[in-house]
Design a protein around this ligand. Structure first.
Ligand SMILES: [Fe+2]
Length: 183
């Protein structure tokens, strides 16, 4: 079985039982496939596999700390997934900001942060897809997250800090896409 089939199968096993989140994950994969031309060809499977696996840490049998990027990355590392995919899952969509709020920065730093077009494309795919798989702009997605958590909630505080930085990931991806797909 190829890497992508394996990733899709593992994601289905653990995320499909979560219902709505499975719609989100499948839509993020679709967005990652669209954004794949923004990364070099040898990196495209890494991007799409990470999209399949990015939320696997939400599964109850995997989510031991209840911080899904860390739980997902630890699980994938244990299962022998390639290091880059593990590290992308660990740090997807600004996980380092929430790790700080939760006091889990040391744990997350078990995984090196990759700051590349692949990470930018993964962030873009995740943060332009709503919780049920709907297609949103980045600003709509951030507004949606902020509206779900009260201002004093650590998640809310996280996103207030992270939003401008992650917006740059989306902007860079859009710039790369415009270069390869001129209008
Ligand atoms: Fe996600």
């Amino acid at each position: 079985m190829g890497l992508l089939d394996h990733a899709a199968e593992l994601a289905e096993e653990h995320v499909a039982p979560l219902g709505r989140r499975w719609n989100h994950v499948r839509a993020v994969v679709g967005r990652a496939e669209e954004a794949a031309v923004a990364v070099s060809e040898p990196d495209r499977d890494t991007l799409v596999a990470a999209a399949w696996l990015h939320d696997i840490g939400y599964a109850a049998e995997i989510g031991h700390t209840r911080f899904h990027p860390l739980d997902g990355a630890r699980y994938l590392r244990e299962q022998g997934w390639p290091e880059r995919i593990v590290n992308l899952v660990a740090h997807h969509s600004g996980a380092r900001f929430e790790a700080e709020e939760r006091g889990l920065s040391a744990e997350l730093s078990e995984f090196p942060l990759e700051d590349t077009p692949v990470m930018d494309a993964l962030v873009t795919a995740d943060l332009t897809t709503g919780p049920g798989g709907e297609r949103l702009t980045y600003d709509e997605r951030i507004a949606e997250i902020l509206s779900r958590y009260p201002a004093e909630d650590p998640v809310h505080r996280t996103w207030v800090r992270a939003a401008p930085i992650l917006k740059e990931c989306v902007r860079r991806t859009e710039e790369r896409l415009a270069l390869v797909q001129p209008r």
